[in-house]
Write a protein that binds this ligand. Sequence first.
Ligand SMILES: CC(C)(COP(=O)(O)OP(=O)(O)OC[C@H]1O[C@@H](n2cnc3c(N)ncnc32)[C@H](O)[C@@H]1OP(=O)(O)O)[C@@H](O)C(=O)NCCC(=O)NCCS
Length: 168
Amino acid sequence: MLPMAKLDADRPEVLLRPLDEPRLAELLDAAVAGAEPDEVMPPVPGPPGWTAERRRAFLDFHRSRSIGTEQPVEETFVIYADGRAAGAARLEGTWAGVEAGLWVTRGQRGRGVGGAAVRRLRELAAERGHQRLIAATTPGNTAARRLLAAAGAHLVATDTSVQAVIEL
Ligand SMILES: CC(C)(COP(=O)(O)OP(=O)(O)OC[C@H]1O[C@@H](n2cnc3c(N)ncnc32)[C@H](O)[C@@H]1OP(=O)(O)O)[C@@H](O)C(=O)NCCC(=O)NCCS
């Protein structure tokens, strides 16, 4: 009993909150402080790092996909770990099922935050009436593969991609 109780006490409290403008500012700060641009948005040409252009692109990316448009393509959530923005999670409807995506800041990785976020995404997808949650990653992304497997995903790997399917 004791080791398990200690393990749970070490785990941060993880909550998903819908993205809005104030949370987008928090999310940008978290991304700049704790993630690489290419982990959190499509590539933007130019010198490496969080240039002013990439910060703008990050805001545009989220506004154009969810909170700043009348036709959002995804539902985006800020992941909070112990009350602080620690990443983002999303659900996007596709022909094959609702697609999950997420990233977690470097300082919070390996503490169960990603796993808890996927479990919550799973619940949210089921609440919205979806029957299948899908996700994609790369063969070298061990953390993502383990996280998806732990969430009950069936994984199909090729040389270049890993496709995950979770029946809800
Ligand atoms: C993938 C990612 C979201 C995982 O988040 P996380 O908070 O570190 O995940 P967890 O702490 O819940 O760990 C999930 C599993 O991965 C394992 N893991 C975590 N970091 C690992 C690492 N660096 N190497 C190998 N395994 C790792 C954990 O042990 C756990 O496995 P287990 O359940 O078998 O014990 C995070 O690494 C990330 O944001 N990476 C960059 C963006 C990305 O790759 N997104 C995923 C696209 S699908």
